[in-house]
Write a new protein. Structure first.
Lengths: 318, 308
């Protein structure tokens, strides 16, 4: 516990905590303003049904013109809109946990937050020799590793909580009344052959959606932390460690937007946004929540275990 | 008096790749003694210390501290050890005080702020303890490292070049501190150094390591006895220099004039005779100083023997 306090204090004094909090704050403010302008547009029409109907009509007319690579996504979109009209579900924009339809929060911002916190948590101390100071204390390497891992993860979870609350607050203040905890949320995790199965669509109350979203995001952050710990353990230079983390997550995560290769969806870094698997937002690239979870955990947890094994066994010549 | 060993090293072998860095190293450090660990650069001093403190694992052999095996019971063994390995690195973005608080938090027993203040006073860092380590000199970092090492009242101190980068006053202070810890508190001090004068001044026993093997372990008195022929430096009144050289020649000693001083290689037992002869010839002797130290002579000969 005390070792954990030490690690947290170090992050505070290195100003990592401040930067890690600032990043999602800026994102939330940006998304809040975006949501506000979007909501203002809907309000003009008083009733959401005509605007959904309008969108559905235009989507259906555009379908023949959609390039073949995006056809599935367009078809999914149409299915979802039809479902909304049929079941009287007003919106799929769902506040903090999914307010970023682009998935930027879990694929970009939170990996970045974790890298800021943990990218050099071991490598910086390896390179300047300060790790000795802790290794020479009667702690044992297991505690040192676990306290560092937990410091990164717990702070990241706190920042996630803070971001969710901030997002909710911003939407609530700017948009007003638009979100309530019982607002129904459209869930479409049932993907058959890359298509949203209309029978699998169902509605969750907003509060349950938030909880589920938080749990899934926690799993993603745990997995990302595992990989970051491995990189930070293996690479001694802090600059190299941080760059490697950035390449692994940010470039890896964005690959599927640049390269139209279907197999990419089985890459762990393409599955960071688990919430998208639930809401069906990931569309054609989706492999379903269960497969997505397994891909992510199956890759990342062994990374974490390898990092632990290396850290506990290695000779330190610092 | 029952002599108990605080640190006990048996048949330590360390191989990295194909190269054997340490060959079968064994020694004991008894409670209340200061044990010097000398060796030329690259002899394996730091590797040995890294193994003693659990930073590295030996290929074979064992290290016991206060009866606990460093590999099997790391936490118990290290609970009674304070250590500095190479330069003590402190977190630059924290103050000296915050660094010590970090150490205190992970100590086996609770350490109060008063205890920390005591340690800071002991190492003479009170004036600047609340400054960031970023602005510390190497000597100040050494002092901070030492404060951290004695923080949890250990029964063994393992120090790697503890006076590196310190000014002469700091060196003396640390020397006095180590003597105080060993004599008054019965702490075993294992100190690695390449400064022979330092070792000569404080160490009860000295081990010399060369090329990964211990060449010898001797007590201070044994070393003085072993070295029979010494180099001394004689200063006499300026006008007597010539006659002093003549007297020395008469009693069969070769004096060499160097910057007004006379250098002589002489058997230890013949020094009184030489002095008497000079006094009888009415020569005013101002100073008779030994050149180098017994340990230095011993160190040079032992490591040379190992090389041949």
């Amino acid at each position: 516990m005390n070792a954990f306090v030490n690690e947290v204090l170090k992050l505070v004094y290195r100003r990592r905590l401040l930067v890690a909090f600032l990043l999602p704050t800026i994102l939330s403010l940006g998304l809040g303003i975006f949501a506000y302008s979007h909501a203002a547009l809907i309000k003009q029409s008083e009733n959401w049904r005509p605007s959904i109907q309008l969108q559905l009509n235009s989507d259906e007319h555009m379908l023949p013109l959609v390039p073949s690579s995006q056809i599935r996504q367009a078809q999914n979109q149409i299915q979802v809109l039809r479902y909304q009209l049929a079941h009287n579900v007003s919106s799929q924009s769902t506040g903090p946990a999914a307010s970023d339809a682009t998935g930027i929060s879990m694929t970009l911002v939170f990996p970045l937050v974790l890298i800021i916190l943990g990218g050099d948590i071991i490598s910086s101390e390896l390179s300047d020799g300060t790790i000795k100071g802790i290794l020479l204390r009667p702690l044992g390497r297991r505690k040192i590793f676990v306290s560092k891992f937990l410091a990164v993860l717990v702070i990241a979870l706190l920042i996630r909580t803070y971001t969710d609350m901030l997002g909710y607050l911003i939407s609530h203040c700017l948009v007003g009344g638009w979100l309530s905890f019982s607002t129904p949320v459209l869930m479409g995790d049932d993907i058959v052959n890359g298509m949203v199965n209309i029978a699998g669509l169902h509605v969750w109350p907003y509060w349950a959606f938030i909880l589920l979203g938080y749990a899934l995001n926690a799993v993603t952050m745990f997995s990302v932390s595992c990989v970051i710990m491995l990189i930070s353990t293996v690479i001694k230079s802090p600059a190299m460690a941080v760059s490697t983390c950035v390449i692994t997550f940010l470039v890896g995560g964005l690959l599927d937007q640049w390269i139209p290769w279907d197999g990419l969806k089985y890459f762990p870094m393409s599955n960071l946004d688990l919430v998208a698997q639930v809401t069906g937002a990931s569309g054609a690239g989706s492999i379903g929540l269960f497969a997505s979870l397994m891909t992510l955990i199956g890759f990342c947890v062994p990374c974490g275990l390898l990092a632990y094994w290396l850290f506990v066994r290695r000779d330190f010549s610092v | 008096m029952q002599v108990t060993s605080t640190i006990s090293v048996r048949n330590l072998v360390k191989r990295i790749g194909r190269r054997e860095i340490l060959h079968d190293i064994s020694f004991e450090v008894y409670s209340g003694e200061i044990f010097g660990f000398l060796g030329p650069n690259g002899a394996g001093k730091t590797t040995t210390i890294r193994i003693l403190t659990g930073l590295m694992k030996p290929t074979s052999g064992s290290v016991q501290v206060c009866g606990y095996d460093i590999m099997k019971d790391f936490t118990l063994a290290m609970s009674s050890v304070g250590a500095i390995v190479e330069t003590p690195e402190a977190f630059r973005f924290l103050t000296g005080w915050q660094n010590l608080k970090q150490c205190a938090r992970v100590s086996p027993s609770a350490i109060s702020d008063d205890q920390i203040r005591n340690c800071v006073d002991t190492v003479g860092l009170s004036g600047r303890i609340h400054e960031k380590v970023q602005g510390y000199s190497l000597g100040m970092k050494q002092r901070l490292g030492l404060a951290g090492a004695i923080l949890s009242s250990p029964s063994a101190l393992i120090l790697d070049e503890p006076t590196n980068g310190m000014d002469p006053r700091g060196v003396r202070e640390i020397r006095d501190l180590l003597l105080h810890l060993a004599r008054d508190r019965g702490i075993s001090v294992f100190i690695s150094t390449h400064l022979l004068l330092e070792a000569q001044a404080v160490c009860d026993r000295v081990a010399i390591i060369d090329q990964g093997s211990i060449v010898s372990i001797k007590s201070r008195s044994e070393i003085s006895d072993r070295v029979s022929s010494l180099r001394v430096e004689l200063t006499v009144a300026n006008e007597h220099t010539g006659s002093a050289l003549t007297v020395l020649q008469q009693i069969g000693m070769d004096g060499l004039l160097d910057h007004g001083r006379i250098l002589i290689q002489i058997e230890r037992t013949r020094i009184p005779f030489m002095l008497k002869s000079l006094l009888l010839a009415d020569i005013d002797v101002y100073e008779l100083a030994r050149q180098g130290s017994a340990l230095e002579d011993y160190f040079i000969t032992s490591t040379q023997e190992a090389l041949t």
